[in-house]
Every structure is written in C-alpha cells, then in structure tokens.
Design a protein around this ligand. Structure first.
Ligand SMILES: Cc1cc2nc3c(=O)[nH]c(=O)nc-3n(C[C@H](O)[C@H](O)[C@H](O)COP(=O)(O)OP(=O)(O)OC[C@H]3O[C@@H](n4cnc5c(N)ncnc54)[C@H](O)[C@@H]3O)c2cc1C
Length: 638
C-alpha cells in the first residue's frame, strides 16, 4: 500500500498558506456539477456540509439520529482551544502547535498539527459571528480557562455546554443550506457500506432505520465524519449510538485504519456503579481548574468519610508528582496516576475504584456562588447521578474510555488512501498522535469542516471530471446485496444471547486486557478471546423482530458485529507497538518512575492497517513521522 502524506514543501509555518495559494480551483458555476456525500452531522460533518454547500457544491448529508443536531458532539462540555492570546499570558500559534505535538507524545504529523493551530483562531471568530454564546468576562471580552497539558488559559467555553452551543451554530448553517435546497438531508439513515469502483469511492449504501429500506447513493466524493470508536469498550463516555461501522466498513473496502490502539482514557468520570450500567458520565476536565485531586495517604483511611480525613493525611498526588502542571496534567498521565493510587489500595468508594475531586479550597476562596456560576450544570449532573452534592463533599471520579485518536488514515488533504474518500473529525487519525489534549477535539472537528476540507476537496475535485456513476452500476448492486445479506444473516441466527450481552463481554475483555495498561500476554489473551466471542456471536446471537421497520436490536447487533472484528484490530495494533506512548501504555515499556517510555528508533511512525480478507491477519503499513521544527524529547510535566 502506498501512503503518500502529500505534505506541501516550504517552511512549516508557510505550508498551509502555500497550499491555499497554489491549489486548483473550480469556478462558481461549475461547482454545482459536483455532488458530495457527507456522512455525519456532528461538528465535523455539520460544518463541512454547510461550508461545501455555501461554496456551491451539491451536498447530501446523512446521520442516524432523527435530527442532525442530536449528533454526539452535543455532549461536549468543557471547551474549545484557540491560540487567540486574549489573556496576554504568552500564547501563540507556535505554542498551541507545540503543546499539541508534545501532548500527543510526538506521534502526530507535524504539518497537520501546525495547520490546526493556525486555523484555531478563525474558528472562534466564525462561531461568534454565528451567535455562539461563549462565556464573557465582566469587560465583555471572551473568557478563557485552562485545560490539561497547557500552562496558559486558551480554552473558550459556554459554561459546561460548549459542544451543544457550537453544534447549534453549525446546525443553523446547515439548516440554512437545507432550506436553500443545496443540502439534501437524510436523517435516520445509517451508512452500511462504501461503494468503491475501480479503486475510487463512488457512493454509499444506507439503511433507513424506520422503514428498513436499503438504498444506494452516488457522488463525486464521499466524506466520512462519523466520529470515534470508544464504544468498542462497551462502557465509555460516548453516546450509546457511537460506533465504528462506517469507518470499519470503509477499511474493509480498502481504506487504511491508522493507529487503532490509540484510545484515550479520561481521568475524571463518574465511577462504574454496577453491572447493569450502559454508559459512563464525564465530569469535564475544566473542573480541574479549581478542583483538587486526592486520595488518602494511608489505605487504612480509604473507607472513612472524606471530611473526616485531615489535610495532612491527604495525598494530592498530581500536585506532588507533577508540580508544574499539578491537577492539569494531561489525561493519559492523570489517568494512570489514579489507577496507580487505586492499585495501591488507596482508592475510595465502592470497590476502591475512585479518587476525590475536591472543591473545598476553591469554595472557601472564591465562594460557592462563583463555583456555581462556572460549573453549576456539571455539579447538578453529578448530584442527579450519585445523589451526593459536590459542594458538600468531594466528588468521586475514576478514569473511563472517552476518545479515540486512531481512525482512518488521511493525507495532509484529509483524503484517505482510497481516492475520493475524505475523512474528518474524530473519525480520522490526523492530529492528536497518541494522546489528545482536552478541548482539542472540537477545535479539530471545526477546523476540518469549516477551514480545511473546503479547500482540499476543491483541489482534488478540480482534477476530476464532474459526473457521478449511475446507480445501476453492478458494483452498487453487489454492495447493496452484500449489506442486505448481512442483515438477513443476523436475523436468521435466532440464538439465545442478545447483542448487548456480547457487547458487554467484549467490553470486559477490552477494558481488562487492552485498557489502561497492556502487556504482550494480556493482548494475546484478548485477541483469542475476541475471536472466540465473535465465533459465538454468529452461532448464538438473538436479534428479535424484522428488517422491515424500526428495530433497534438489529441496529445494535449490526454495530456490535463490527466491534467484534475491530476490537481484534485494536489489540493487534497495541501488540505490535512495542513501546509506550500517550494513551498506549505497555507495562513492559516504562521508565523507572512508571511513565510511558517511547522507542523513537523503531516506532516513530503511523501504523496504517490494511484489510487482507475475512479471518486473515491484516497487513501493517508504516508512514514515517519526520519532525522539522520539534525536537523529540522525553515528555515531562514535572
Ligand atoms: C462527554 C463528552 C464530552 C466532551 N467534551 C469535549 C470538550 O469539552 N472539548 C473537546 O474538544 N472535545 C470534547 N469531547 C470530544 C468531542 O465531543 C468529540 O470528539 C467530537 O464532538 C466528535 O465530533 P465529530 O463531528 O467527529 O463526530 P460526532 O459528533 O460523534 O458525530 C458523528 C456523526 O456521524 C453520524 N454517524 C456515525 N455513524 C454513522 C453511520 N454509519 N451512518 C450514518 N451516520 C453515522 C452520527 O449520526 C453523527 O451525526 C467530549 C466527548 C464526550 C464523550
């Protein structure tokens, strides 16, 4: 497989402007001759579909929810980064670029990250113009706060509802284009497969979730903005519907899957409460601006009420271990430190799998009203779920799966190795390396959709003759038939176990053996257990109902069947990557004080997996990572 990253020449800071100055263009009248499919209406897909339609392309937009504005992006809480330097605290494009590269443990493509930092400043202006109600200071300037892995305040926010407000902005722009007739919206339509003809993406096959109708759509280019795959772990902070199906099916049609083992475990989530739980809740990282993380110094105190543990008996372990960043150490590092404290028997709450996030000092200093003003809705959410007040006693938190840095491989132009297939937002692998910094996913989604793809897709389409493939082409018919056959096969098993039971079992394997700490042995065990589970699934899964109407059990079973294949790919990637970096922690590769130990000599590359056929070992390809501007160092937050 040829992986040409297509990074433009010239100095790093001039690559993106150079690209835009020399890119091919399409005249306004001709743009309407090109038809683009955008799958996904979160921040990435919503902003892309609206921008492409505004430029004049004919756009079809798909999502599986009943409305585009219910995409998972709506759940984002804490904020969005931008190098605006409104605080005058020393921020710059270069600093945001450097923090992101270092935060990703030097495993991302330098040129992409620099471009992201450059366009970050435009995003805020765009969103303000749309009316997004960012928090403001008394004087009227936009307010900012800190997120992990940065020593300054560059995170713009709308209380704890940043994703919701940004998505409403993108949705308004999309709705305008729907009303103008330049976007045709297909809600409740799930993409089941990608249609590739003569090596080029030509369309998609979908299933309408209310009628069961399986249909094909044809286009000049297909954009996947279908989000991340964190739900392969079953319990995660992601919305229940988040899945890997669209990207995994594209992988099976030839698109390379990059770094699937890079998953992010977020340190501040509400701990698991029992076996019947179906999802986990995030407590935004923004809370670590004022909340202090601690456990008792002595395991003997772990069972006591927190208010009975005196100051001197508390271990503020992040402040102790990482004095320069303290409670705002990056997520991978903070999560591992929590696990370590709990493994030592100092964890609190049921099962000892929890640490405290304490606002006592902040309330004393700033007053309860101020804390309420900053984080009120998050405290309310915590209380509704745990029946405890975070104002009266410290919150209990524990790490949980949250985000996936891996995704379909894309070049600098955000096109996969399948010509005509573009991938944006969390669905691609491009910008965050082995660990994403907080508030950088919203930044990437909107950068891709508003400011990068509109240029790069134009450049590519300008080199292609406009004109879609007719839907009666044999390849459309064949792909549709295969998708239909899979649905029928799922319904025909008529076993005894639900898809959710299989999903939960897969999640146990993934969390225990492929989770926060991975070893050769645990990964080999996971691979064989996943293979066995997959085999059992196809013998004994029970999918009730029919394929002719709304059938959520069928939707779930179809997605779980993909997770059961993809989980193995993720574990395999983790097994081959014999180093620790960012969120990928191999216990065999750690420094004497327990930090991730990279092996730049052998693993300074992107691993891009190529599908080799059913039950065949996939092929691992490499894109070497070169660094012009940044010197690779041991990542330290001490
Ligand atoms: C609780 C929570 C809080 C977060 N807070 C922050 C934050 O404060 N700051 C930050 O930067 N990041 C945050 N993140 C991460 C961020 O929200 C996501 O990474 C980002 O919103 C992903 O956007 P997206 O557009 O790529 O995908 P999504 O928003 O996940 O959208 C995916 C879209 O694809 C569609 N789709 C998927 N599969 C198919 C299919 N097969 N067929 C048709 N349609 C399909 C869906 O319908 C949906 O429209 C948070 C994440 C979580 C879980």
């Amino acid at each position: 497989m040829k992986l040409d990253a297509k990074v433009p020449g010239g100095p790093l800071a001039e690559k993106w402007s150079g690209f835009k100055e020399h890119q091919r263009l399409i005249n306004p009248a001709n743009k309407a001759k090109y038809h683009v499919i955008v799958v996904g209406t979160g921040l990435a897909g919503g902003s892309a579909a609206a921008s492409l339609a505004e430029l004049g392309y004919k756009v079809s937009s798909f999502c599986f929810q009943d409305s585009p504005r219910r995409a998972h992006s709506i759940a984002a809480q804490g904020g969005i980064n931008a190098a605006k330097n409104y605080r005058n605290d020393g921020d710059s494009v270069h600093r945001l670029f450097y923090d992101t590269i270092k935060g990703g443990d030097f495993r991302s493509r330098e040129a992409n990250v620099h471009r992201l930092a450059e366009v970050s400043v435009n995003i805020i202006d765009q969103c303000v113009a749309q009316g997004v109600p960012f928090a403001r200071e008394y004087g009227g300037l936009l307010d900012t706060r800190s997120f992990g892995g940065a020593q300054l305040q560059r995170t713009f926010y709308c209380r704890g509802q940043t994703g919701q407000q940004l998505l409403l902005g993108a949705y308004q722009a999309l709705a305008r284009q729907i009303a103008l007739g330049s976007v045709k919206m297909y809600p409740r339509c799930e993409m089941l497969d990608l249609v590739v003809i003569d090596g080029r993406a030509r369309g998609i096959v979908t299933r309408h979730l209310e009628t069961g109708k399986i249909e094909s759509f044809t286009a000049d280019a297909v954009v996947l903005a279908t989000g991340g795959y964190g739900n392969v772990f079953f319990l995660s902070t992601n919305a229940i519907g988040c899945n890997v199906s669209a990207t995994y099916r594209a992988y099976k049609r030839g698109a390379a899957f990059a770094n699937p083992c890079y998953t992010q475990i977020h340190p501040t989530c509400i701990p698991v409460a029992g076996d019947h739980q179906s999802k986990l809740t995030l407590m935004s990282e923004s809370l670590r601006n004022d909340g202090r993380v601690w456990v008792p110094k002595s395991a003997g105190d772990a069972g006591k009420h927190p208010n009975e543990i005196p100051e001197g008996a508390r271990d503020y372990y992040l402040e102790r271990k990482y004095p320069s960043y303290g409670n705002l150490a990056p997520r991978d590092i903070a999560s591992r430190a929590s696990k370590e404290a709990c493994d030592e028997g100092r964890g609190v709450g049921p099962g000892g799998r929890g640490v405290y996030l304490d606002f006592g000092a902040a309330i004393t200093k700033q007053g309860r009203a101020k804390i309420e003003e900053k984080y009120g809705n998050l405290f309310e959410m915590y209380e509704r779920i745990t029946a405890e007040s975070g104002y009266d006693r410290p919150m209990r938190i524990y790490p949980a799966v949250h985000y996936t840095m891996g995704g379909l491989w894309v070049n600098y132009e955000l096109m996969s190795n399948v010509p005509g297939l573009f991938v944006i937002g969390e669905a691609n692998f491009s910008d965050h390396g082995a660990n994403r910094l907080g508030a950088s996913a919203l930044m990437q989604g909107l950068a891709d959709g508003y400011f990068v793809l509109p240029y790069t897709i134009t450049h590519w389409l300008a080199g292609e003759k406009a004109g879609v493939t007719p839907l009666d082409h044999a390849e459309f018919k064949r792909t549709e038939a295969e998708a239909t056959e899979k649905i029928k096969k799922l319904l025909a098993v008529k076993g005894k176990k639900t898809a959710t039971e299989f999903h939960r079992e897969l999640g146990h394997v993934m969390w225990n053996d492929v989770g926060m700490a991975r070893s050769k042995q645990s990964l080999e065990t996971a691979i064989s257990r996943i293979q066995a589970l997959r085999h059992e699934f196809w013998q004994t899964v029970n999918v009730p109902g029919t394929d002719a109407d709304l059938n959520t059990a069928l939707e779930r079973a179809n997605r779980v069947s993909d997770f059961l294949e993809f989980g193995e790919l993720l574990a395999r990637d983790a097994l081959v990557r014999e180093e620790s970096c960012g969120g990928h922690f191999r216990v065999e590769h750690q420094t004497p004080d327990g930090e991730a130990k990279r092996d730049d000599a052998h693993f300074c590359h992107v691993a891009a997996w190529e599908y080799a056929g059913p039950d065949k070992t996939p092929i691992r390809n490499e894109e070497p990572l070169g660094f012009e501007e940044v010197k690779l160092t041991e990542r330290s937050y001490k």
